[in-house]
Design a protein around this ligand. Structure first.
Ligand code: BV8
Length: 244
């Protein structure tokens, strides 16, 4: 994959970068994406599971699904794409990493102050008193965890469809997109809002917007460059250029 002169020059000089990641960056760790041919949503409909009504109708089923995903995630490791972004954060003074992923792999790779737009599968909270629950154990005996303080139902700390994003997180991400010189959108199909509006905010602010994906997406016509390939192979090359 050859890096354009424009991107090479920008990588050398920029001190303000914002990166948005989606499920594609975790694909090489073995975590299924959502909308790929054998992705998670090909078997399930988001409306069936990833929404509050579905949870209240059948908390056991939704917890079973998240518990299953949690065990999958505990068995995988960050890949070179995650590590490259953690390294890039050390090289760029104003660096913001925004993720739609809930798999905690950026944090495990060493990235700091990650803006988690859709929550994190390692966190849960009580829907009645709001208290955060430490790592909840879901088992055949305890299919729906309850709050030790008020006995309310505990839910995964994940943003479901139709739910607001965590207070202030999207606003911080939009600010970073609005001031950065270089914006990377990595491994996302860019169909979920408001996350998918971030590359467009960056473009409007005059940032150079680069998409890294295995295929073209909904916003490919709106970015300056699309680098087709694996995030785990392309991102380390961008770090190498930055370190030149
Ligand atoms: C909200 C949590 C305000 C669950 C998720 C109509 C039009 C526009 C918007 C809407 C609309 N109707 C409703 C909305 C809003 C809705 C939305 O955007 N819907 C879409 C689907 C139309 N958004 C919301 O509801 C959001 N909240 O708007 O609040 C509000 C409040 C009340 C009422 C109205 C509005 C909340 C959105 C959060 C939803 N939660 N998941 C869970 O994860 O279990 S979304 C889900 O999709 C995941 O979180 C995921 O992060 C996200 C995006 O998916 P991607 O990460 O992009 O993954 P995908 O599989 O799609 O793509 C992977 C890509 O990687 C592919 O392009 C592939 O080619 C590429 N790839 C694969 N391998 C590699 C690779 N790339 C590089 N290297 C590789 N190796």
């Amino acid at each position: 994959m050859n890096i354009s002169d424009k991107l090479r020059a920008l990588l050398h000089m920029t001190e303000s970068m914002c990166v948005l990641t989606g499920a594609g960056i975790s694909a090489e760790s073995g975590v299924e994406t959502f909308r790929g041919s054998n992705g998670l949503w090909s078997k399930l409909k988001p409306e069936e599971l990833a929404n509050f009504d579905a949870f209240m109708r059948n908390p056991e089923l939704v917890w079973e699904w998240y518990n299953y995903r949690k065990t999958l995630i505990h068995d995988v490791k960050p890949n070179p794409g995650h590590y490259a972004l953690a390294r890039m954060q050390e090289l760029v003074s104003d660096f913001t990493l925004v993720t739609q992923n809930i798999d905690n792999l950026h944090i495990r790779a060493g990235s700091k102050n990650v803006l988690e737009l859709h929550g994190n599968i390692e966190r849960s909270y009580c829907i009645d008193c709001g208290k955060f629950a430490a790592d909840v154990e879901v088992s055949s005996e305890n299919k729906v965890p309850h709050c030790p303080t008020c006995n309310g139902i505990i839910r995964p700390d994940i943003v479901w469809f139709g739910e607001m994003l965590p207070e202030g997180v999207f606003e911080a991400a939009a600010k970073a997109a609005n001031r950065c010189e270089l914006f990377l959108t990595v491994g996302t199909s860019a169909v979920v809002y408001p996350a998918a509006s971030l590359p467009l905010i960056a473009r409007k602010n005059g940032a150079y917007v680069v998409e890294i994906n295995m295929e073209r997406t909904e916003i490919s016509h709106n970015v300056h460059e699309t680098l087709l390939g694996k995030a785990g192979e392309i991102l380390p090359q961008l770090v190498k250029v930055k370190e030149e």
